[in-house]
Design a protein around this ligand. Structure first.
Ligand code: GLN
Length: 493
């Protein structure tokens, strides 16, 4: 690792302002690291060298003039789901081949307005459907972590696998990600990084390729809690072009870090103890609770009785929305076109060739649950269950709970091409058992590294908060970070 890539965003920010190095030097250090290691990781699907250098140069001019933005000169990786003007934006799907947007997503525009530098576009599961980054048209991403004494290749989680791996391997200072059912928090947990899914409506979805519009949210993956807070502050905004974005002032999230949690109530939901979960995860969860008790918080047992319905309901709602969002990829307007004997034949050939197996599975499930005769039995019922899940959380918060502590994932990172996962898609879906509830309820959730398992792999804990109370999540996640320390993979690349 070249020297300059070791700094967190907060550290680099101060050093850039102090003139210890320039944005161009910092950017060059990251580009060199990417060029040396991306062949091993496959984390970037496009590296924007020229773009990055131009942006860094502009940042240096601003730094000299004392006009630095909040992220001036900080090199970031961008998930391929975000539209970036004139730059590779394919949601890592074949169907969007050669699509170059002529517009910029609101979130990335916010980052550039604050001075951030774009290093390139990051690998992900196709259309953000997956938990291992193996559904990407561009192939899997490698987790920088390996089990102790083993050389086996592990997944970084998904769908934001490129984001998590590149942050953990220091191939960017921080990355954008998105989370529909767990895609920020699960890969963060698998790579020893911090990921926050903010409240639904906190960030604009405009210019982010839609998967399931009522669940999708943008958020950062970063090396520590403070960096995640710095990034979210820049990413969040209300936006006329996304009517579901909410006009609530964006607080200074960094200010919440380090505040005492004395007297706070941390809820422990009994339903998050699932069958087959490794004992180590349960032990870590208990340890997390102890850390809060030591810090002066009160632990309260709570019940979220509809938890067990969250995953099945998610796998109705998310595919239903996906099937209608993905109807637009028909060979007429964007990307790939396979010629056919007539227009219907062209649609069919394009979609058959352009979508991967997992995306096709979701489109078929979604179309089925929305079809006449099944709509009430599946889709409408899933929406009702969603309301009940939301109500469970509302009752816990109404009883005075400030944040809810759970494991982030039911396991540590698993192997690439894991046989059990490949044979049964439901096994893969179970990765999100602790995270989907949060999307269904529209709440904010943060994953923070809390320890290593017996194999030396990182494990994360999750904190869930009240709507628009991301501050409490940064405050409480920092308590875990302080107690657990931070985790970096041994460098083998
Ligand atoms: N793993 C979940 C899915 O495949 C969630 C993905 C996401 O959050 N984008 O749907």
């Amino acid at each position: 690792m070249s020297d300059l890539t070791k700094f967190t965003i907060a550290e680099a920010r101060e050093k850039l302002k102090g003139g210890e190095f320039t944005a161009s030097e910092l950017t060059e250090a990251y580009l060199t690291a990417i060029d040396a290691a991306n062949a091993s990781f496959n984390a970037y699907v496009e590296v924007t060298h020229d773009h990055a250098r131009e942006m860094a140069k502009a940042s240096d001019e601003k730094l000299v003039k004392g006009e630095a933005g909040a992220l001036e000169g900080i090199p970031l990786g961008i998930k391929d789901l975000y539209a970036t003007r004139g730059v590779h934006t394919q949601a890592c799907s074949h169907v969007l081949d050669r699509f170059l947007p002529h517009y910029e997503s609101t979130v990335t525009a916010n980052l550039w307005a604050d001075g951030a530098v774009m290093l390139g576009k990051l690998n992900m599961d196709e259309f953000a459907m997956g938990s291992s980054n193996e559904t990407s048209y561009y192939g899997p991403v490698l987790n920088p972590w390996k089990s102790r004494g083993s050389n086996a290749e592990l997944v970084p989680g998904g769908s934001s696998g490129g984001s998590a791996a590149s942050v953990a391997a220091h191939l960017c200072a921080g990355a954008t990600a998105t989370d529909t059912g767990g895609s920020i928090r699960q890969p963060a947990a698998f790579t020893g990084t911090v990921g926050i899914k903010p409240t639904y409506g906190r960030c604009s979805r405009w210019g982010i390729v839609a998967f399931a519009s009522s669940l999708d949210q943008a958020g950062p993956i970063a090396r520590d809690v403070r960096d995640a807070a710095i990034m979210l502050k820049s990413m969040a905004s209300v936006d006329d072009r996304d009517t579901t974005s909410v006009d609530v002032p964006v607080p200074d999230y960094e200010a919440a870090i380090g505040k005492s949690v004395k007297g706070m109530k941390i809820g422990i939901p009994k339903e998050y103890r699932v069958d087959g979960m490794p004992e180590e995860i349960d032990a870590l969860w208990k340890k997390g609770a102890e850390w809060f008790r030591d810090a002066g918080a009160e632990l309260v047992d709570i019940s979220l009785p509809h938890t067990k319905y969250a995953l099945p309901a998610y796998y109705i709602v998310a595919p239903a929305e996906a099937s209608s969002n993905l109807a637009r990829y028909d060979g007429v307007r964007y990307g790939l076109r396979q010629e056919g004997s007539d227009i219907i034949d062209m649609y069919e050939k394009t979609r058959a060739a352009g979508f991967g197996a997992e995306v096709k599975r979701r489109v078929m499930i979604g179309t089925y649950v929305l079809s006449a005769g099944y709509y009430d039995a599946y889709y409408l019922r899933a929406q009702k269950v969603r309301t009940l899940i939301k109500r469970d959380f509302e009752q816990a918060f109404a009883a005075g709970v400030d944040a809810i502590l759970t494991p982030a994932t039911p396991s540590a990172a698993f192997g690439i091409a894991d046989q059990a996962m490949a044979a049964d898609p439901v096994k893969m879906y179970l990765n999100d058992v602790f995270t989907v509830t949060v999307n269904m309820a529209g709440l904010p959730g943060i994953a923070v590294p809390a320890g290593l398992d017996g194999q030396g792999l990182p494990l994360g804990l999750q904190l869930i908060g009240r709507p628009f109370d991301e501050e409490t999540l940064f405050q409480t996640a920092h308590v875990i970070e302080q107690a657990a320390g931070r985790f970096e993979p041994d460098r083998w690349w």
